[in-house]
Design a protein around this ligand. Structure first.
Ligand SMILES: Cc1ncc(COP(=O)(O)O)c(C=O)c1O
Length: 250
């Protein structure tokens, strides 16, 4: 999420043990790496998005699926064109998921500039990270992962504390900063900061206002997910682009 890989090794190990294929949602993570492995190459399938807000954004909708499995590749190709390998001979139910040639041509040109764009994003993210510490007294979350009991540590933090984006990864992991997401401890404080920035003409976004189990279509999933709910009330994405990052000196 947000441009970095998940901590893939435990996921891959658990899936292998149970013989479950792993589908990597690398929509936001094109170019990200985990221990030298590219996002979208570690599971059975990798899915990328070329939606305009992505680091490699098309002029409209677009996406890509990667796999090393020849049979799956063939299946995905069929799904892409109404389930047909040979035109008008439909072997399965598919859809129209073709990438338009003009989008592909546009993306091919942009692809040449991707490395440079990611480099600039990383530089901007580093600058923003530093400014947040200096101007807003932002701190890193106590633990690497919420799953390691960070909620207790954060519970001791004062409402309004700004937490810097954290990584579940070793420092060698390469983030692509598709989103630069801070957390503001105490949900109402996040909303207050968002209003303040909006009045200054600075657009922010909340990724995401509802967690999966709160979505109407998935509300059937049983269980309690207090960490996910807490995050939805605290996260705030600040503007960051390859050639631009807003300054906190407002
Ligand atoms: C993490 C994640 N997964 C999946 C998607 C869906 O991508 P698309 O809209 O190209 O199908 C997005 C796009 O916003 C995303 O950010």
């Amino acid at each position: 999420m947000f441009g970095q890989c998940a901590d893939m090794d435990p996921i891959l190990a658990a899936a292998k043990k149970r013989n479950i294929p792993v589908i990597e949602d690398a929509a936001q993570a094109l170019g990200a790496k985990d221990k030298g492995r590219m996002a979208g190459t570690m599971g059975t399938l990798g899915c990328f998005s070329f939606f305009p807000t992505k680091n490699l954004g098309a002029l409209g909708e677009g996406g890509l699926v990667t796999t090393k499995d020849q049979d799956l590749a063939e299946k995905v190709r069929k799904l892409r064109v109404h389930g047909a390998k040979v035109k008008y001979f439909h072997e399965m139910i598919g859809g129209n998921f073709r990438l338009h040639e003009l989008q592909a041509a546009f993306l091919r040109v942009k692809l040449r500039h991707l490395d440079q764009a990611l480099k600039s994003r990383r530089q901007n993210a580093a600058r923003l990270m530093q400014e947040l510490q200096e101007e807003w007294k932002a701190v890193f979350p106590a633990e690497k992962c919420l799953c390691e009991g960070e909620s207790n540590a954060v519970g001791k933090k004062v409402d309004g504390t700004v937490l810097l984006p954290f990584s579940c990864q070793e420092t060698s992991a390469e983030h692509t900063w598709n989103q630069f997401v801070i957390r503001v401890v105490g949900g109402k404080k996040r909303d207050g900061l968002r209003d303040f920035l909006s009045k200054k003409g600075i657009q922010t976004e909340i990724y995401y206002p509802k967690s999966m189990h709160e979505q109407k279509c998935l509300a059937i999933v049983p269980g309690e997910f207090p960490t996910a709910e807490k995050l939805t009330s605290e996260v705030l994405a600040l503007p960051l682009a390859g050639n631009f990052a807003f300054s906190l000196t407002l």
